[in-house]
Unconditional design. Structure first.
Length: 243
């Protein structure tokens, strides 16, 4: 049972700094966060610009439940500047690479694997599909039950694996986040071709009536994303060019 809580981030990148920012987050932030906050890097991806906002990055961080997240927040905002003073250099470097972003707290379906379970199983893909799904208020968790039931058939037929299934906290239980891991670009294209051809939903056929709206974008994993490397970033990954 997954009892973690996740921070989900959309980050807007300045100029041509996406590669630098992804490295800064994975190599310079994640090892420190692992040591001081027991926060794990679930994933760092670049948004495929033809499918969403650009240049943009998606980060997902895995926390030890809400209790662990409370300790994280205390460390971050328990001071007059609302930023951990020990991270002043890190914040300054990050500020040169991004212009802002939008974060959510998301809660996993109990059957969603943690990042350590996923890397142990060597779950990886050539492409990733990220979906924000709106449902009726109070039904997001019910929708995730149905989505995971659908997902087994989707994986068997089309190869898309529903790696992450979360509902958004601190709102009306009306939004879900899905992350599909896709082995090849051809398998992505085959599914999108079928979806574009007609009203059927080959991804979540049993859940279609519960969905009010959905927005799917594509992601490409960063060089140090655990889905690509099979491990957490560590201090050996740091390089001088981002400091």
């Amino acid at each position: 049972m997954n009892d973690k809580v996740y921070i989900h981030e959309f980050i807007d990148i300045t100029r041509q700094n996406r590669a630098r920012y992804m490295h800064h987050m994975a190599a310079n932030w994640s090892p420190l966060a692992q040591e001081t906050r027991h926060q794990l890097c679930y994933g760092v991806w670049g948004v495929v610009g033809s499918t969403g906002r650009w240049p943009q990055v998606v980060n997902i961080w895995e926390e030890d439940g809400f209790a662990g997240l409370a300790g994280n927040f205390r460390a971050e905002v328990g001071n007059p500047v609302l930023q951990d003073p020990a991270l002043a250099k890190w914040w300054a470097a990050a500020a040169e690479l991004r212009s802002g972003g939008f974060d959510r707290l998301i809660v996993p379906h109990p059957d969603t694997a943690t990042i350590e379970e996923l890397t142990s199983a060597r779950v990886t893909g050539e492409a990733y599909a990220h979906e924000i799904v709106a449902v009726r208020p109070g039904t997001a968790r019910e929708f995730l039950d149905a989505a995971l039931a659908d997902a087994a058939a989707t994986a068997a037929i089309h190869g898309w694996q529903l790696t992450g299934a979360w509902h958004t906290a601190m709102r009306g239980d009306d939004e879900a986040i899905l992350l599909w891991t896709i082995p090849t670009w051809e398998q992505w294209a085959a599914v999108e071709h079928q979806l574009a051809a007609g009203p059927q939903d080959v991804l979540l056929p049993g859940s279609r009536d519960a969905i009010l709206s959905r927005h799917r974008i594509l992601l490409a994993d960063s060089p140090l994303c655990p889905f690509r490397t099979g491990r957490q970033p560590n201090r050996a990954d740091r390089t001088d060019w981002v400091d």
